[in-house]
Ligand binder design. Structure first.
Ligand SMILES: NC(=O)c1ccc[n+]([C@@H]2O[C@H](COP(=O)([O-])OP(=O)(O)OC[C@H]3O[C@@H](n4cnc5c(N)ncnc54)[C@H](O)[C@@H]3O)[C@@H](O)[C@H]2O)c1
Length: 445
């Protein structure tokens, strides 16, 4: 199928590259000429494991990038909308979606064959039917369901595992207003054999994405509330508590041969320094706001957000126990990205922690395996020493704050043990054993 993808961020670029790898002819479109040029040179503008190799394999063959959405739509059977939908404090900002819908609609005037328009961005229920569809009809002077189809296909990829998630989906949600639209959208995923497909209407498809992210965020805030209580009571380790919870056979089923299955959902049932990223915080807040507009008070999700907002400060509280005055004190911050495997720092718990330390006059020695360029941008104006390695970040420090669960941080105890005066290690992800360093603090301990 010939596919145009509007937006070459995490979702648009990964979708475009993977769909080309699966045999479709794809044109990735972005306003940003620099991104487009990079993509055409085979250089991914974002970091994702496996993205560069897959891009290089496909660019110039079944994949190309362009700034011309009109030309891409006219040449395609289906358009995917994958532009950003930031939360503006009261609702998602759909101005990028509107702009793209206007351009696609206008281009449809010049396309004689049926064309399918699919929203892949995360949008609140009703957006595809009530915002996108009317714009397309108005701009094209054509009728949805007759001359073109409209659909919604939420994306579930996780940053850091984006290529692998897209290539091996656990489910595909095909939201369409009629059978023809659903069939055409399902055909995009025909090369992904054996994957369960949820065929539904656009509103339900939109809601599935919010329900899924809100549930995962709820598990995290639940675990953090339990962890904070464990720490307050004393002599309880939240990690042991949650292990006891995980072993419930409804969370970790016991198979007929007696072996245990430990689903990855259990990794959301762990105490830590909070969730971040471009999706969970934004999506939960957007669903709360949308729910309130529909007369629901959304008390549970409100609490999920407020528990999470307090969580990074727990790292500072633990530091307080050891070093009350941080002025002029060297502190290492390990991990700046919101999760391992990505350079994305949007809403990373490291941001408020670094800002607090900077305000207090601490000397910050930060290290992240790949997010340093992003960090320089995020923390522009702050005096931060970016260390070239984990070992270099530890030079002379009195405390180490571990903010991201990067695999290589498992080597931290060996480095700490070789230091003359061991710093306190504050483990925001509970990834180190408690006795692996002389002075250990962890969330929920
Ligand atoms: N990042 C994730 O992990 C993830 C996962 C699932 C769903 N989503 C959702 O997917 C959507 C996109 O997220 P993202 O992280 O890829 O966003 P992003 O901000 O990384 O990328 C958006 C891209 O769209 C481009 N753009 C904006 N207006 C345009 C226009 N008129 N024409 C062409 N290009 C335009 C921007 O230049 C940018 O490159 C959001 O709704 C997000 O919530 C994101």
């Amino acid at each position: 199928m010939k596919i145009a993808v509007a937006g070459t961020g995490y979702v648009g670029l990964v979708s475009g590259v993977c769909l080309a790898a699966k045999g479709h002819d794809v044109i990735c479109v972005d306003l940003d000429q620099e991104k487009v040029d990079k993509i055409n040179r085979g250089e991914p503008p974002i970091y994702e494991i496996g993205l560069e190799a897959l891009l290089k394999d496909n660019i110039g063959k079944r994949l190309r990038a362009s700034t011309d959405l009109r030309e891409a739509v006219i040449a395609s059977d289906l358009s995917l909308i994958a532009v950003g939908t930031p939360f503006d404090g009261s609702a998602i900002d759909v101005s990028f979606i509107r702009q793209v819908a206007r351009e696609i609609g206008f281009a449809l005037r010049e396309r004689d064959e049926y064309h399918m328009v699919v929203v892949k961005s995360t949008v609140v229920p009703g957006t595809t039917d009530d915002v996108v569809l009317p714009i397309l009809e108005r701009e094209s002077n054509k009728k949805a369901g007759v001359h073109f189809g409209v659909g919604m296909n939420p994306e579930f990829l996780r940053e850091g595992d984006a290529i692998s998630d897209f290539m091996n989906p656990d489910r595909i949600v095909v939201g369409g207003n009629d059978e023809k639209a659903r069939d055409m959208l399902a055909a995009v995923y025909a090369p992904f054999e054996g994957v369960e497909i949820v065929r539904t209407n656009p509103k339900t498809a939109e809601m599935i994405k919010y329900a899924a992210n809100s549930l995962l965020a709820t598990l995290i805030s639940f675990s953090n509330e339990i962890g904070n209580l464990c720490a307050s009571i004393g002599e309880i380790d939240a990690q042991e508590v949650m292990r006891g919870v995980h072993l419930d056979k409804r969370f970790s089923p016991i198979m007929a041969d007696g072996t245990r299955v430990s689903p990855s959902s259990n990794t959301y049932l762990e105490a830590g320094c909070g969730f971040g990223g471009s999706c969970f915080p934004k999506d939960v807040k957007a669903l709360i706001a949308h729910g309130k507009r529909h007369g629901r008070d959304m008390a549970l999700l409100d609490a999920v957000v407020s528990v999470n907002a307090e969580q990074p400060a727990k790292m500072i509280e633990l530091l307080d126990k050891h070093i009350a005055n941080r002025k002029g004190v060297k502190v290492a911050v390990l991990g700046l990205a919101f999760k391992p495997g990505t350079d994305d720092m949007r809403e990373s718990p490291a941001i408020p922690v670094v800002q607090t330390l900077a305000e207090e006059g601490a000397i910050i020695q930060a290290f992240d395996p790949i997010a340093v360029d992003e960090a320089r941008h995020t923390f522009s104006g702050l005096d931060i020493h970016y260390a070239p390695s984990m070992a270099a970040a530890l030079d002379g420090v009195e405390a180490i704050l571990l903010m991201t669960r990067w695999d290589e941080f498992a080597g931290l105890p060996a480095l700490v043990s070789s230091m003359d005066s061991p710093p306190v290690v504050i483990d925001g992800r509970r990834m180190l054993a408690k006795d692996s360093v002389p002075r250990y603090e962890g969330i929920g301990l």
